[in-house]
Design a protein around this ligand. Structure first.
Ligand SMILES: Nc1nc2c(ncn2[C@@H]2O[C@H](COP(=O)(O)OP(=O)(O)OP(=O)(O)O)[C@@H](O)[C@H]2O)c(=O)[nH]1
Ligand SMILES: [Mg+2]
Length: 323
């Protein structure tokens, strides 16, 4: 199933050719059988880039903030890659919000690369695809990979979590902190940003955040810094940069950094195995068709009994019922 590695494409991408890099990224996004071999070639170069996840509600200003942060890191000499996952509406196939920011200020910089990905229709699942895209950026020498996802939906949250430091972006009003807690964002935040601090209600969201953080004390992780920003004007971005650097320094000093990367790797291998099982067993063996037949033929049967039949046909004995 693997295709030969396109050595020339690889060499050009490593040589910072943006066109070759874009093509390599497309191969990664498709994960269509050729990428396992490419990944094996890249493996020894992966690990140097620091991954920074940004997540939060739709329209919170994540892209604006990511761009402003990218500019700050550029000033520090870093080469910056951005992976922006676009939430696409199932109805229009387009953007969720009309006024979405496109990061034009960094798009032309030869030491920046912005890749937008649709969250729907990725071949191997969103988390797997973003891992691969981030790996390509890492391997070709970007210093930071910034991952932007909307903090709704498990797979989006997983993407932000699979980073070395996770920034959760909230805005004043609309009970954002409470919503974020429900979406599971409170547990994954290493740094909180209250963006759109030019708007009324900042004190209220800060108070909400403090309250919610009280509930998080038992996670054993350091209390996240809270930074206020006006991303569209660049205000507070220096403080955000500092908070991220402080988190990373502490994380490296305590070996939490390596532990987190190990955990991420475990989750990732599991995900690849799961994906392969799903595509081989479900799609490859026409499982849905077989189940359809069974359901048709035995209308009164319990779903568990039918599942057991199907599993038995595959030579898998179901787990014993817990007593
Ligand atoms: N008032 C104000 N508006 C801002 C600020 N930051 C961003 N915006 C505006 O908020 C809107 C949405 O910004 P984006 O950066 O696209 O937000 P996003 O979170 O990336 O949006 P999605 O990716 O669609 O979820 C744009 O019109 C921005 O100009 C800010 O600090 N204050
Ligand atoms: Mg955005």
């Amino acid at each position: 199933m693997t295709r030969p590695v396109d050595e020339e494409l690889l060499a050009r991408a490593l040589d910072r050719d943006k066109v070759a890099l874009a093509r390599l990224l497309t191969r990664a996004e498709r994960s269509d059988g050729g990428f396992g071999a490419i990944h094996a070639r890249l493996q020894e170069r992966i690990g140097g880039a620091v991954r920074v996840g940004f997540t939060g509600p739709p329209g919170a200003g994540k892209s604006t903030l990511v761009e402003a942060y990218a500019l700050a890191r550029r000033a520090a000499g870093d080469r910056i890659a951005v992976v922006a996952v676009d939430p696409t509406s199932p109805f229009t196939g387009g953007a969720l919000l009309g006024d979405r920011v496109r990061m034009n200020r960094i798009a032309m910089d030869p030491d920046c690369f912005v890749r937008s990905m649709a969250s729907r229709g990725s071949f191997g699942g969103l988390a797997r695809t973003t891992d691969e895209v981030a790996d390509v950026f890492d391997a070709v020498g970007f210093d930071r990979v910034l991952l932007e996802t909307v903090g709704v939906g498990q797979s989006e949250v997983d993407v932000a979590r699979a980073s070395d430091v996770t920034v959760v972006v909230l805005v004043p009003g609309a009970g954002d902190a409470v919503q974020a807690m429900k979406a599971g964002l409170m547990e994954i935040a290493d740094v909180f940003v209250v963006n759109k601090a030019d708007r009324p209600g900042v004190d209220r969201v800060l108070a909400e955040l403090e309250e919610v953080l009280e509930l998080r004390l038992d996670t054993g992780r350091p209390r996240p810094a809270i930074v206020q920003t006006v991303a569209k004007d660049g205000d507070g971005v220096e403080e955000l940069d500092r908070a991220i650097e402080e988190f990373l320094a502490a994380s490296r000093a305590s070996s939490a950094f390596e532990t987190r990367r190990l955990e991420t790797r475990v989750a990732r291998v599991c995900r690849i195995v799961e994906d392969e099982i799903r595509s081989n067993v479900f799609d490859g063996r026409g499982l849905a068709g077989r189940v359809g037949e069974l359901v048709d033929r035995t209308p009164g049967a319990s779903p568990y009994a039918l599942a057991e039949t199907v599993l038995a046909e595959m030579g898998i004995s179901p787990r014993a019922n817990p007593s």
